[in-house]
Design a protein. Structure first.
Length: 136
């Protein structure tokens, strides 16, 4: 699939207000080469803290004995990338990150999900996917 920002499952394609609760949205480049740049767009509430995670397969995540509410990997060792920060005053951030030049990644998908932290609690985004091609 060539469309940028592919979202897996039946998730909203844009952030919408549902009452006073914003539905967070994560979009990523759909294809990249090892060592290439993936574009990550995250939308949520203004000034929320976030943590963006990536792993080579979906599944429940466990950090030590602590389960975290994401759908990536199943062990701490599965995490490939983590990025934290704060959304801007409009509730958005756009990041560009280099995909690791890992020989196990070409020909496989890379799954992404973010956690957003606010006074109301922790929210997770949709699960997004980037396909990692062979090195050009």
């Amino acid at each position: 699939m060539q469309a940028s920002g592919r979202v897996l499952g039946n998730k909203p394609r844009e952030t919408r207000e549902l009452g006073a609760i914003a539905v967070p949205l994560l979009e990523v480049s759909t294809e990249v080469n090892p060592g290439g740049i993936v574009k990550i767009s995250l939308k949520g509430r203004a000034d929320e803290r976030f943590l963006i995670l990536a792993a080579p397969h979906p599944g429940p995540m466990q950090l030590g004995n602590f389960p975290i509410p994401v759908d990536l990997g199943n062990r701490e060792e599965d995490l490939i990338l983590a990025l934290d920060g704060t959304l801007d005053s409009s509730g958005k951030t756009l990041r560009k990150l280099e995909v690791p030049d890992d020989p196990l990644l070409p020909g496989r998908p890379l799954y992404w999900q973010a956690l957003l932290f606010s006074a109301q609690g922790v929210a997770k985004t949709n699960l997004a996917q980037t396909f990692v091609w062979e090195r050009a």
